[in-house]
Structure formats: C-alpha cells, structure tokens
Design a protein around this ligand. Structure first.
Ligand code: 39S
Ligand code: MET
Ligand code: ZN
Length: 769
C-alpha cells in the first residue's frame, strides 16, 4: 500500500471565517472564548475534509490564528521582553507581536514581517536577543491540537518548524548582535522536550519542516543540522518518528547535510518545482527511509496532471518499493484557495482545469490508489486525462495578435529618452516640488462603505453610474484630506480597486477571476489572485478615468497608480504551459499602453508598483537568478520607458528584504523609489554606505500594517537616520506602503505627524542654506 499525505491545509475556512473571527475579536465584538471556539471549529472541519477524502496522513498544528512562525516564537518562549512586560493574556501577547498593540498605557509596535520564501505569504520574523533563552510554553499548542484531533477521532501528524529553519529565518533584535543560528544548542533541548510530550500524547509521527534546505546556506547554518538532529535522534525511543519536509526548491546542493537525518523516518521533497531531484534524492536515502514525494502542487491551482505524477511515483516505487513511498502535496496547501466548489461563475470549460485545496486533497488520495491499482480509480483517471486534453487544445490559450506584438519589441523600447539628470531638470520645473516632498503610496482606507458599495455594484443592486458617482465622491474626499494634511504629491486613493492585482486581472484579456478563491497573505488579510489562462492583452484603458478625474481636481501633482508587470504576474496564479518571462512581457506591453494613456491625459507622475520583484527572485544564486533579473527588470522598463523626460516615474517596494537586492531595483531606472524600511532596523539604508544612490528615494518612515499612530518624534528620528546615508535633495518622505488596511483616523493621525516631521527638516535645511 502507498500512503497519502497533506503537508498543511489553508486556515481561513470556506468564507474566510477565520479572518472575520479575528477581526471581530480585535474590534472587541466577540470574546476570546468565541475566537478560540471558532479556531476549533475550523480545525475540526479541515480534518474532516481530509479524512473523508481518504488521506492517510493528516496534519495538525498547521492551523494558526495569525502565522505559524509566530506560533513557534511563543511556543519556545522567544517572546521579546517588551511584549512580556505588558502582562497581556497569551493570545493578546501573540497578536501584539503580530500586529502591534496600542491600548491603555500599552504601546508596542509589531515584530517585523517578511515574505515566506518566494510566496505572497508573510511570516513574523523571530527576533532574538544576545542573552536569548528558550523554554517550552505551558500547554504547548502542537500537543493541545494533537489531543483535540485525537479526541475527535482524527489521528494526525503534527507539523513543526524545524529548529534550524526557525533560527535561520530569524534575526537579532535591534541592539543585539547575536547570530540566531548560534543559539541552536539552547533550542534543541526545548525541541526534544516538545517531541517527548507529543509522543506521550500519542503522536507516532511528526513532520518537521526544514525549508531553509532549499537555500544556499551559510556554513554556520549547514553545520547546525548535524549536532541538532543527532541530539534529537539519540532520543529515538522517546520521540515520534520524524519526516523532514523541504519545499519550494531542490535540496541537491545541500546533500552533505543529509547524513544528519540518517536515523530519521523520512524525507519530503518538492517534485513539482524540481522533478529532476527525484533520481539523486532516491540515491541519498538511507536503507529504510521513506520518500514523501510532493507531486500535487501546493502553490498553484492547476489540476494535477496524473500521468506526469504517476511517472514520478513509479520511478520512486521501483527504487524503494510501495511501503517506502508516500504521495504528498508539494508544500502546505496554505497558498491555494479553499474549494473550487464555491466558484459558480467560472466558464465551464475552464472550471475543469483547476483544483483548490479540497480538490487537491482528493488528488493526493486518488494518486496513492492509482499508483498501485489504477483500475480502482479508472473513472477519476479518465476524467483527469480529459481535462488535460481540453486545456491543451483550448482556443483560450493562444492569441496570434499578442505573439505578433511581442515579436516586434525592440531594445530601444526599454530605455528612457535621456539620463536621470536631464529628466530630473525637466521634471523639477514641471512639477515644482519642495525639499523633502511628502507623498503616500497610493491607497487610502478601503472603508466598509466602499466595500459595501462595490459588493452592491457587483451584485447589480446599483448601476455603473451610481457606483462611479460614489467613487468620485471618495476621490473628492481623498483630495480634500490631502489638502488639509498639506501633502505635496497626491494620490487618488484607489477606492475603485478591490486589490492592486485583482483589479488589473479583471480588466485584462487572458485572465479569469474567481468569486471566493481567497488565499491568506498575512494575519487576517487575504488576496484573491486572478488566474492567467491565456495570452494577455489590454482591451481598453484601465485606470485613466479615475486618475484623470482626480488630476483635474487637485492643486498639486497627482500620481497615476499602476501595478507593475512582475507583480501582476507573481500575485496571480500564472500559467504553467508558457514561460513566466513571456507572460510578464505580455503584461508589460499592456501596461506600457496604460502608462502612455495616463500621460496623454495629463498625469505626469506615474507610479508603477513592483513589490513582488524581490520575491520572484529564484531562491538560489546562479544562472536561473540572472535570467530572472534580466526579464523582470526588462519588463518594468518596457512598461515605463515610453514616457517623456518630464514625466516622473515612481516605483514602490515592500514586504521583502531589499538590502541584498537593491542593485536590481536601481536597474529599473525609476526617477523616484519608495521602499519599506521602518521595521528593518535601517538595514536598507546601510546599502547606501557602500554606494551612493544617484536618483530619488523615500525609505518608509513608519509601519503601516499596525493600527498604531507613530509620534512625530519617532518619524523625525527615522528621517535623521536616513540623512546619515542619503542627500537631502534626494530624500522623499512617505509611509512604508499603501494605507488601505488602516482606518481614516489612523491615517490622518500618522500623516499629520509625518508632514510635521518633513516640515521640521525643511526648515532646518532652509536655515542651513
Ligand atoms: N494581491 C496582493 N498581494 C499583496 C498585497 C496586496 O495589496 N495585494 N500587499 C502586500 C500585503 N498583503 C496584503 C494582502 C491583502 C490585503 C487586503 O487588504 N485584503 C483585503 C481584501 C481585498 C479585496 O479584494 N477586497 C474586495 C472584496 C471585499 C469583500 O470581502 N467582499 C465580500 C463580499 C461582501 C458582500 O457581499 O457584502 C466577499 O467577496 O466575500 C473588495 O474590496 O471589493 C482583506 O483581506 O480584507 C492587504 C495587504 C503584499 N501582498
Ligand atoms: C503592496 S504595495 C501597495 C501599493 C499600492 N499602490 C497601495 O498603495 O496600496
Ligand atoms: Zn507596498
């Protein structure tokens, strides 16, 4: 018999139930007990789905109220003192680390949050001290949730983040110098204690995620595996069997680490991303070790190609025998939506091409049967083959006009007319900006009222005219507030946009979009990625109407606001039948037309956001990375370089670590950059120690994903810090990112302080001059 396994299930529920419960709890509309009960209901429902689908190995501890790395921070008592000190309940302390806490006399900012590998999910960074200690939390979450499942009749395999990955994904706290990985000897005993408690509770098997194995590892990190896992293996009789899980890359370059796992039960590898690692991995396994073969994609929504998966599984079984092969999802299913069954509006032909989490769970179970006894699942195999054929032969995928246009792209189309100095001289007279210009990143609060009106419009309860009138009023309000705040470059506020990628997906040919296919991005925030099914083109202008309206009504320059080609690609579900560089160039050409249409309509500052540029970078150094950078940078340039010198191109970056990536951002040749910076402890700024940046830049002066209002003094401090690295003439003052997730009073409070801080420095420098 071949077993099936799922590495993790999405947490939100069918209708984003967890998001709603969390937000209700934060708004003090439900009690802590209510929230905990909702968590339990969701966990039970998700275990039931997997059991009924016939999955053999069902995960527990994959649930999280906010983020699984944050769970482990609390689990190991790696909670920084500034939170501990507040004496909050464990749940509130947890949320305080995740999203900051400003209530009564408590005022603590959130921990830093960054991208999870190359996905659009964000994790909370373990933040460690020079004198860091660890201790297992009372009533540890993995044990509690294992027992909860057991009681309900589900025998689960708890998922833990491995000790090496936990530390390697962390950082030293502000003011500390510790190299997190040096703490491994302190963490391992706590880890062993946890494993013993799991065994005592009845767990016979755990999944330990060590995804950092897909990176190029520093020698210190590599060296940490051996002592850590030898110490763990030494306890074999008192702890559960262990499967080490890796995903999102291959691990061939780290094979020298594998002896550390020699006494463990199994190894999971991602065969969707890297099917070619199967053969070498098979050779590396110990004589009794099990291969968990990740063949069902945890990162995209395409229906599994059973024939392809079965080929891989047969290769594995031939080498190891059926008892030593497990059919699994490539990674946790966290990155795909809950169920395709909720989609009532997808075109019928296309519907057949997709699988979301509920459907993928079934695929894993079917494959495990098919690989030993295909006749037992003949109908499923035939239906799958038919779906593959329908997609391969569909007329939706190819558009000769798009191919024709791509063939005519020239090198010159990637370059602005003049160099930055010449451009800036023209922009300066054209836009007349003060020293330290203030601006925002684009979005203003997406209020309930906005969402209600949009939902009414979508359902046909109000007309397009009524909706347009409503949006115009919102733009008027945004302009009025920017007048009052005294900002220098305005934005229209993006009230018409449901999401910065979904909005464009809905307006481009080649995409289809869903109604309920939400994926967690961070905490309670979700996205509904549009799906690229065919060649992409722009049937009509997408943003001109709103931007033009806004530009005509404001006394200051109005920024047009677009999402760049790489971000549109990365935050959609891309096609898997055409190289991403081709899809990206198609997006770039569509956006190029949009940029030129904005310019034609009197918008002379245009921001093209590329926050996903960094996350798309292949995880390892090498030719794949160089190739990516080339096509990604070229796509941005193709989208933006068609404008006049006097038109100012901005771009924006957030939610990643940019210090080792800044060279690529610089290569975009944007006139002005805004970059998230406020929580990275000036790491970004240190880039400018080595090399001066020639153009203009606004490192974010405050964190926007927390409801906390930053005092003026704190913002001044940030600006002061920036002035140690950047020239005053090149510095812009802006928040870290857009303000759509905030409330208006938070926005007004924060921006008032931001503008005051900018004015303070303006006066300082006016006096100096
Ligand atoms: N795609 C993407 N990725 C990103 C970002 C981003 O902005 N977009 N930002 C960074 C951080 N990530 C973020 C991700 C999501 C949100 C966010 O605010 N999401 C919203 C949802 C946005 C949205 O699409 N809203 C729609 C749908 C609103 C809705 O809930 N509608 C109901 C229907 C309501 C009704 O019928 O009454 C439904 O569909 O269920 C709209 O405004 O129209 C949320 O979770 O609250 C913010 C940041 C990195 N990655
Ligand atoms: C995640 S980057 C967001 C940029 C977008 N213009 C906004 O302000 O929301
Ligand atoms: Zn941003």
């Amino acid at each position: 018999m071949v077993q099936s396994a799922v590495l993790g299930f999405p947490r939100m529920g069918v209708l984003r139930d967890l998001k709603k419960a969390n937000e209700a709890y934060w708004a003090e509309k439900i009690s802590q007990a209510d929230l905990l009960a909702e968590g339990k209901r969701l966990r039970l429902a998700h275990w039931k789905i997997q059991k009924e689908a016939g999955v053999d190995i069902i995960p527990s501890n994959d649930f999280s109220f906010y983020d699984h790395i944050l769970d482990h921070i609390q689990l190991f008592n790696a909670v920084p003192e500034r939170y501990r000190r507040q004496k909050l309940s464990p749940l509130d302390e947890y949320f305080a680390m995740g999203r900051g806490h400003q209530k009564g006399d408590v005022d603590v900012p959130a921990l830093e949050m960054v991208k999870w590998f190359d996905s659009n999910y964000h994790y909370v960074k373990p933040t460690l001290q020079d004198n860091q200690t660890f201790a297992l939390a009372e009533d540890p979450k993995p044990v509690r949730e294992f027992l909860e499942a057991k009681e309900a009749g589900f025998h689960t395999r708890p998922v833990l983040v491995g000790p090496v990955s936990f530390l390697a994904l962390g950082k030293a706290d502000r003011g500390s110098k510790v190299d997190p990985i040096s703490l491994i000897d302190k963490l391992v005993p706590v880890y062993i204690e946890l494993l013993k408690q799991l065994k005592a509770a009845g767990a016979d098997h755990v999944q330990i995620d060590e995804p950092v194995l897909v990176f190029d590892l520093r020698p210190e990190v590599k060296a940490a595996f051996k002592p850590a896992y030898e110490a763990i293996s030494a306890q074999a009789s008192e702890i559960p069997a262990i499967t080490i899980a890796t995903y999102f890359g291959d691990i061939v370059h780290n094979f020298d680490v594998l002896p550390a796992f020699a006494n463990l039960h199994g190894l999971h590898v991602d065969l969707v991303r890297h099917p070619e690692q199967l053969e070498p991995v098979l050779k590396q396994l110990g004589p009794n070790q099990v291969l968990s073969a990740g063949v069902v994609d945890g990162r995209n929504i395409w229906k599994n190609n059973f024939q392809k998966s079965l080929d891989l599984l047969h290769t594995a079984i031939k080498a190891l025998g059926p008892e030593r092969v497990v059919v699994a999802t490539s990674s946790s299913l966290l990155h795909v939506p809950h169920t395709l069954a909720s989609e009532k509006k997808l075109p019928a032909d296309v519907y057949e091409w997709f699988s979301f989490a509920v459907e993928k769970v079934k695929e894993v179970a079917i494959l495990a049967k098919a690989v030993v006894d295909p006749e037992s699942v003949r109908a499923e195999l035939d239906a799958n083959a038919a779906a593959m054929k329908s997609r391969a032969e569909s007329a939706r995928t190819n558009d000769p006009a798009v191919a024709e246009r791509q063939a005519q792209v020239t090198d010159a189309m990637h370059h602005r007319q003049s160099d930055f100095e010449t451009r800036y001289a023209k922009q300066r007279t054209h836009l007349s900006l003060p020293l330290f210009p203030t601006t925002t990143i684009g979005s203003f609060p997406q209020t309930n009222e906005i969402r209600i009106q949009r939902a009414k419009f979508t359902k046909g309860e109000i007309t397009a005219e009524q909706y347009d009138e409503f949006i115009k009023k919102e733009i008027d309000l945004a302009i009025q507030i920017q007048d009052e705040l005294g900002l220098d470059v305005y934005v229209h506020g993006e009230p018409e946009r449901n999401d910065m990628v979904q909005y464009f997906g809905e307006r481009l040919k080649g995409f289809v979009f869903t109604t309920h296919a939400w994926v967690q991005s961070y905490g309670s925030r979700c996205v509904r990625p549009p799906i690229i099914v065919g060649d992409i083109s722009r049937p009509a202008p997408m943003t001109v109407k709103e931007s033009k309206y806004a530009a005509e009504r404001s006394k200051k320059p109005m920024k047009g606001m677009l999402t760049g080609p790489v971000t549109c690609l990365r935050w959609s579900f891309p096609r898997d039948d055409v190289h991403q560089s081709v899809q990206c160039q198609q997006l770039a050409l569509a956006l190029r037309d949009e940029v030129l249409d904005l310019e034609k309509n009197g918008i002379y500052v245009i921001q093209v956001d590329e926050p996903a540029l960094r996350e798309g970078l292949p995880l390892r150094k090498g030719p794949e990375r160089d190739a990516y950078l080339k096509w990604a940078v070229n796509s941005f340039k193709l989208a933006t370089a068609g404008v006049q010198d006097s038109t100012q191109i901005h771009s924006h970056f957030c939610y990643s670590e940019f210090q080792d990536f800044f060279y690529a951002i610089a290569a975009l040749d944007a006139d002005v950059l805004s970059i998230e910076n406020s929580k990275s402890d000036a790491k970004l700024l240190k880039v400018f120690e080595d090399e001066a940046y020639p153009r203009h830049i606004g490192p974010g002066v405050y964190d926007i994903h927390s409801p906390r209002i930053p005092p003026e003094s704190e913002i001044r401090q940030r600006i002061q810090e920036m002035l140690q690295y950047l020239r005053p003439e090149q510095l812009w003052i802006n928040p870290d990112c857009g303000l759509k997730t905030r409330k208006w009073d938070e926005v007004k409070g924060a921006l008032t302080n931001m503008v005051k801080a900018a004015q303070y420095f303006r006066e300082q420098y006016a006096n100096k001059a």
